[in-house]
Design a protein around this ligand. Structure first.
Ligand code: SF4
Ligand code: SF4
Length: 209
C-alpha cells in the first residue's frame, strides 16, 4: 500500500477520500476464478470482530456448503482476536489457512461465505468480510485506494498481459457498495474532471470518455 494520508486527496464522497489512481491503474476486465483459482484468498483475511461473530453465528449453515478440501472443525477457522485500530470495533480476527488457502475458500476457488448467501438467495456479500469484498480496492486511512501489497502477489490479475481494463472499470459494483448510487454519480463526475485536467496538462483537447 502507499504510505498515504487521506487528506492527500482532494475529493471526498460518502465519507471516503478517493485516490484517483483507481481510475488509471490497470487490471483485468473481470475476475475469473477458473483462471486464477481465487489466489487472492490464499492468504486469509482479517475480519472485524463483528464480521467474525456474524460468521460464527451461522457456522452450521456454512459447514453444509463446504467441500472435502475444507475443514468443518470451526475451532480451526479463526486466529486469536487482536487489537487493531484499522477496524471499526478496534478488534481484528484473522481467518486461518487450511490446505494452503483461506478456510472459507473451496476447491473451485469460490468463497463459501458468498456461496452460502447466493444459495440462500440473500445479497451475495451479506456474510463476506469487507476487505474481501473490496480487493483489489482497500480503505486505508479513510481513503479508497489500491491494495498494492497484496496485488503484487497475484500471478493473473497483476500481470500486464492480462490487464485490459482498469481497477475502476472492474470494480464498479464494489465502488457502488461503498459509495451508493448517488456517490457513484459523483465519482463519475470526478473521474471526468480528473481526466480532463490530466489531458489539459498533456495538451490534449479531447476529454477521455
Ligand atoms: S482479484 Fe485477482 S486473484 Fe482475486 S479473484 Fe479477482 S482475478 Fe482472481
Ligand atoms: S473469507 Fe472468502 S473471500 Fe475472504 S479470503 Fe476467505 S475465501 Fe476469500
Amino acid at each position: 500500500m502507499h504510505g498515504i494520508m487521506a487528506d492527500t486527496f482532494e475529493k471526498k464522497i460518502n465519507g471516503y477520500y478517493i485516490d484517483p489512481l483507481i481510475f488509471t491503474h490497470k487490471f483485468v476486465n473481470a475476475c475469473d476464478v477458473c483462471i486464477c483459482s481465487g489466489e487472492c484468498c490464499y492468504y486469509g483475511v482479517y475480519t472485524d470482530k463483528l464480521e467474525h461473530e456474524k460468521i460464527m453465528g451461522m457456522k452450521d449453515r456454512i459447514k453444509k456448503s463446504m467441500d472435502d478440501s475444507q475443514t468443518t472443525d470451526d475451532s480451526l477457522w479463526f486466529e486469536e482476536p487482536q487489537e487493531d485500530e484499522d477496524f471499526d470495533s478496534g478488534i481484528a480476527v484473522g481467518t486461518e489457512l487450511y490446505n494452503g488457502k483461506c478456510v472459507f475458500l473451496d476447491k473451485q476457488g469460490f468463497c463459501t461465505l458468498q456461496k452460502v448467501a447466493m444459495e440462500d438467495k440473500e445479497f451475495k456479500w451479506k456474510y463476506k468480510p469487507l476487505y474481501c469484498i473490496l480487493f483489489p480496492l482497500i480503505i486505508i486511512n479513510g481513503a479508497i485506494s489500491i491494495d498494492d501489497d497484496h496485488l503484487d502477489r497475484m500471478h493473473y490479475c497483476n500481470k500486464i498481459e492480462n490487464q485490459n481494463s482498469t481497477i475502476y472499470d472492474c470494480c464498479l459494483g464494489e465502488l457502488e457498495y461503498l459509495l451508493g448510487k448517488d456517490g457513484m454519480v459523483e465519482l463519475k463526475e470526478y473521474r471526468a474532471e480528473y481526466f480532463s485536467k490530466l489531458n489539459s496538462k498533456k495538451g490534449i483537447s479531447e476529454p477521455v470518455k
